[in-house]
Design a protein. Sequence first.
Length: 344
Amino acid sequence: MQLRRVYFDCGRCAAGEYAADARLGIEGGQTRQARRLLCLAGTSWSFAASSANLREMCGLDVAANTVRNVCQAEAGRVEHWQANAPQATAHYAKTSGEIEFLTDGTCVNTTEGWKEMRLGVFTKRPCGQPARPEQWAKRALPPAAARHVFAAIESADAFAARWPVVASRLGIRSRSRIDVVADGARWIWDRVALYWPSAVGTLDIYHALEHIAATGKALHGDATAAARSWTERARDVLLRQGHAGIKCLLAESRLIAVRGGQRRSVAELEHYLDSHAEHLRYAERLAEGRVIGSGQVEGACKHWIGRRLKQTGARWRIDRANRMAGLCALKYSDQWQTYWSTAA
């Protein structure tokens, strides 16, 4: 369908506009629904691929630069909407469930070199069925009932300062029970203690098991039956007995660590787990039907942020990468439909 509009310009300043555009909801030559479609394509593929796929699937002939410009402009509106519109946080605030916070990062190639893009995910999830330690990998947890994602390339201090701000918008109070699940990065746990001293922290089980497996290889050799046996035993002890149990096992393992590399590996694992002594209550959390892994934020890093921003040959200006990450985060959150149906 072709639409003819009248263009008016000012004889004095030469500024002009299509007078009907505001009434028709047209901006820059696109309707709001067209901008939504361009943003969906732009968060899914490269801008060049978005142009080609839109032409193939929709018969929409739009240049790659147009997709880029629309995504960048809309991302700015998304940021303002999330910070100011009541509709942006209403769903999360009214949803029941346990409050979870997960955070991680992924490196993005920028014009200033590779930079870490940090992600935060607030979810609400009902507790699942109680599980025993041996069921940890196969149990089915209820899906998140609400999810809010934010991301940026910025310092640890600047990013962590966002946490209480976003939490407040979502109706999370400083004394609310917040289940924090993350890897062992010190910057995360130092700032959790600063902003949410009453939070319940859990070291991501997969990161803990990676360190345990590395020590098993150091003690008994790579890909040996003895290494697998020690790793499985250590995993079982960690899941069942937490810090106290793994501490005893490492003390026992020091007796067979005769070489320097073996002793260093045992000492490093002990130091790593000692620094998370209060975050290893896996048996308790399994019995309560709570999460023990940070798969949601790692999935966001890989499938939503990484897949879009880390494409071959892509190099981003940091401000543009942050805006695109915000648009991707909107899609990964449960706010996409709300934004396009309510934002002016």
